[in-house]
Design a binder for this molecule. Structure first.
Ligand SMILES: C[S@@+](CC[C@H](N)C(=O)[O-])C[C@H]1O[C@@H](n2cnc3c(N)ncnc32)[C@H](O)[C@@H]1O
Length: 266
């Protein structure tokens, strides 16, 4: 199956770094203290599962992913909690999710629906696996929101092609804006969608530089594919590198990106 970021070791390490780096933003307002059985769909290499267990040690997590390569890494990364019976990992396509246990207390999906051709199918399947009154928590991209000052045309063109590439793979780079509709269609109630800004300027230059670099690594995760498919030229890529280097140094630079957080109840 096609997947934007690929499954190599560099990408798997990036997922672990990403989860740790964004933890304060992703977990703000997440309270799973009263939850026992948690369904984590699109668990990848287990990067979020580890954070979830650290924050909510009582959880028992079922992690689902369709990639054997990701689950293989997750099995190593979560060796102890798996041994202790705190985590089980299952290989399934989430669009046809069918688990033995159908009464989860909550579901957690993070940076996931953007990669699925039919996100509504996933949400309908998750719905079926939740207890009435159980909460679903989603964290999703909204790639339209990226902005960087000084004006960086090659960076923005590359980003456009990055999103085109994902769109061509039947992904959803703007999924964050669709969550309210999708949750409603799937039958969920008490839907709340909010956008969380990552906005850094000269007031916090260290964080600004870290975020510019962090996003740069996301862009680079598709560099080979974009070049191979001739969606960008190596000249554009070189210019984009320069724009990023400038933005990291410039006194007045600005980084802005907003992701979406949705919660709802079955
Ligand atoms: C960007 S990663 C996010 C992983 C994890 N949630 C995290 O935040 O670290 C997306 C994951 O979705 C998985 N995936 C993509 N499409 C899938 C599908 N249809 N069913 C199950 N997993 C899928 C990929 O294998 C990948 O591990």
């Amino acid at each position: 199956m096609e997947y934007l970021h690929g499954f190599d070791k560099k990408e798997q390490d990036r997922l672990i770094h990403q989860a740790q780096f964004l933890e304060p933003f992703v977990y703000a307002g997440v309270d799973l203290k009263k939850v026992n059985r948690l369904l984590e769909v699109g668990c990848g290499v287990g990067a979020q599962s580890k954070i979830l267990l650290k924050r909510f040690p009582k959880l028992k997590i079922t992690g689902v992913d369709f990639s054997a390569a990701q689950l293989h890494v997750a099995a190593q990364y979560l060796k102890k909690p798996i041994k202790d019976g705190k985590v089980e990992l299952l290989q399934q396509d989430a669009q046809a999710l069918d688990l033995e246990h159908k009464k989860y207390d909550a579901a957690f999906l993070c940076w996931f629906l953007e990669h699925v051709p039919e996100p509504l199918k996933v949400l309908k399947r998750v719905y079926k696996h939740l207890k009435p009154g159980a909460q679903i928590i989603l964290t999703e991209v909204f790639n339209q929101s990226l902005f960087m000052e000084p004006y960086s045309p090659n960076y923005l063109k590359y980003w456009f092609e990055f999103n085109e590439l994902q769109w061509g793979m039947k992904g959803h780079p703007f999924a964050g804006a669709q969550l309210g509709h999708l949750l409603k269609e799937a039958g969920f109630k008490s839907i709340n969608v909010e956008f969380r800004p990552l906005h850094f300027d000269s007031r916090n230059p260290k964080q600004r530089s870290e975020f510019i670099e962090f996003f740069f690594q996301i862009l680079l995760s598709a560099e080979t594919q974009l070049l191979d498919q001739k969606k960008v030229t190596s000249d554009q890529v070189t210019k984009m590198y320069k724009e990023v280097a400038l933005a990291k140094k410039a006194k007045d630079s600005v980084f802005f990106y907003s992701f979406a957080r949705a919660t709802a109840v079955r």
